[in-house]
Design a binder for this molecule. Structure first.
Ligand code: UGA
Length: 431
């Protein structure tokens, strides 16, 4: 089997790497010539730990190729993965234009049987549309199968998640598609779910929405913890030991961001509305998340009186550590609000960059943490990069105008920070 991956973002690039690592010949296809040129040199166009090394390894071994030539690529490969983006439209529905384009390209350029596998996160029922798009674009009625194979990778941990998946979900009506995918993934020793296409599509949304629900629940609970002088991290530890709950995704903070949770929760709500079912819980999950950053902002404002003309050091921009992705990052909303309230914002992130947008022109982007801290009247930590925890906070205090620390990710130990002289507030991170 020769495998083609359409779309070389973090899902496509990781899928290409993992299949090459499993011994298959893989080609990555993208319309973006810049990305393809970098990938051909074994270099990534985004930050994802260890992925570049593995891509480079397989580019050099010849098992991993990259191209912009869709005609040849589609004709020469048997199994085609669709890994393109499905961003949210302004009304909350998923924008399927890239999926449609990929399906139409496959239909138009196919010259023999193809197995088409969807890894992009697509709304329930999309597999039926993909079949229709392929058929409509075909110049000759070549046979093909379609399977939905949602991915569960986390940005920043994509390599680890891809090489040790906790499950493989296949949604297809074709026994031959299932057989081919079982062969393709035979090196993985994890549970398999082979099911109907719509079920596979919903498993992906239901999983992300459930994880988002855990986060919003903990974020609301953290507010109660603040009132009761209880540490939410200890509560999470206690809860997480119950195997029915599990320890992960119980970290209170500034809320979830990224390219997945916000758009997937919103799309699931839209799907439910189309079917006249109300997912009330998810409405609340989104509402809690939308306002979560203001909880910390309010704490900072009441300490400082106002933000006007005050130096504020924002630490962390990426929506989570170990990625340069800033999509839906709570830090962006935090910065926008600080600017609106006339704060002088100095920003440090080890990797992520601000968008080149006029709205952020007033922000001073710092190359060093120390620069951001110089004369700051408050520090607002938005992303839990490990290096922030390791800084010498006792000595760094001398740089500050006022030692006010607002920890949006509950990264620091409240007692320690207060012990060395900070006014410290987290999100339910008190004792
Ligand atoms: C998420 C899912 O975890 C993956 O399984 C899924 O494959 C992926 O979406 C996707 O659909 O492609 P990702 O968005 O990369 O992965 O990142 P997560 O680690 O899930 O974090 C999402 C957001 O939740 C981040 O902003 C993070 O800071 C926040 N979060 C996470 C919390 O606020 N608390 C937690 O306890 C965990």
């Amino acid at each position: 089997m020769k495998i083609l991956i359409i779309g070389t973002g973090y899902v496509g690039a990781t899928t290409a790497m993992v299949l090459a690592e499993s011994g298959w010949e893989v080609t990555g296809l993208d319309v973006d010539a810049f990305k393809i040129e970098r990938l051909r040199q074994g270099r990534l166009h985004f930050h994802e730990p260890s992925l570049e090394d593995l891509i480079s390894k397989h580019v050099h071994s010849g098992r991993l190729l990259f191209t912009t030539d869709k005609e040849t690529a589609i004709a020469e490969h048997d199994v085609i993965f669709i890994c393109v983006g499905t961003p949210s439209q302004p009304d909350g529905n998923a924008d399927l234009r890239y999926v449609q384009q990929a399906a139409e390209d496959i239909g138009y350029w196919m010259n023999d049987y193809k197995l088409v596998v969807t890894k992009s996160t697509v709304p329930v029922g999309t597999q039926e549309q993909i079949i229709a798009w392929i058929k409509a674009a075909q110049r000759k009625a070549y046979p093909f199968d379609v399977a939905s194979n949602p991915e569960f990778l986390r940005e920043g941990k994509a390599v680890e998640d891809a090489l040790q998946p906790d499950r493989i979900v296949i949604g297809t009506d074709s026994a031959s598609a299932t057989e081919q995918l079982q062969k393709l993934y035979e090196v993985f020793q994890c549970p398999w779910i082979v099911t109907k296409p719509r079920t596979a599509e919903l498993i992906k949304y239901a999983s992300n929405a459930f994880l988002a629900t855990k986060i919003s629940y903990m974020n609301e609970l953290a507010r109660l913890c603040d009132e009761l002088k209880i540490n939410v991290k200890e509560v999470a530890d206690g809860m997480g030991l119950d195997p029915r709950i599990g320890p992960s995704f119980l970290q209170a903070g500034l809320g979830y961001g990224g390219s997945c949770f916000p758009k997937d929760v919103s799309e699931l709500v839209m799907t439910s509305r189309k079917h006249e079912v109300n997912l009330h819980i998810l409405d609340q999950v989104m509402e809690v998340n939308r306002n979560q950053f203001t909880y910390l902002l309010d704490k900072a404002r009441s300490r400082l009186g106002s933000f006007a003309d005050k130096n504020i050091a924002v630490l962390g921009l990426a929506f989570k550590p170990n990625t340069d992705d800033i999509r839906e990052a709570p830090a962006l909303r935090m910065i926008q609000e600080l600017l609106l309230e006339q704060a002088k914002v100095k920003l440090f992130d080890p990797v992520a960059k601000l968008p080149g947008h006029a709205a952020y022109e007033a922000v001073t982007v710092c190359a060093l943490v120390e620069e951001a801290l110089q004369d700051a009247e408050a520090i607002i930590l938005c992303t839990e990069w490990t290096e922030f925890e390791q800084l010498d906070w006792e000595n760094l205090k001398v740089l500050l105008g006022q030692a006010n620390f607002f920890d949006g990710r509950n990264m620091m130990d409240a007692r320690r920070m207060r012990g060395i002289g900070y006014y410290y507030q987290g999100i339910g991170n008190d004792y």
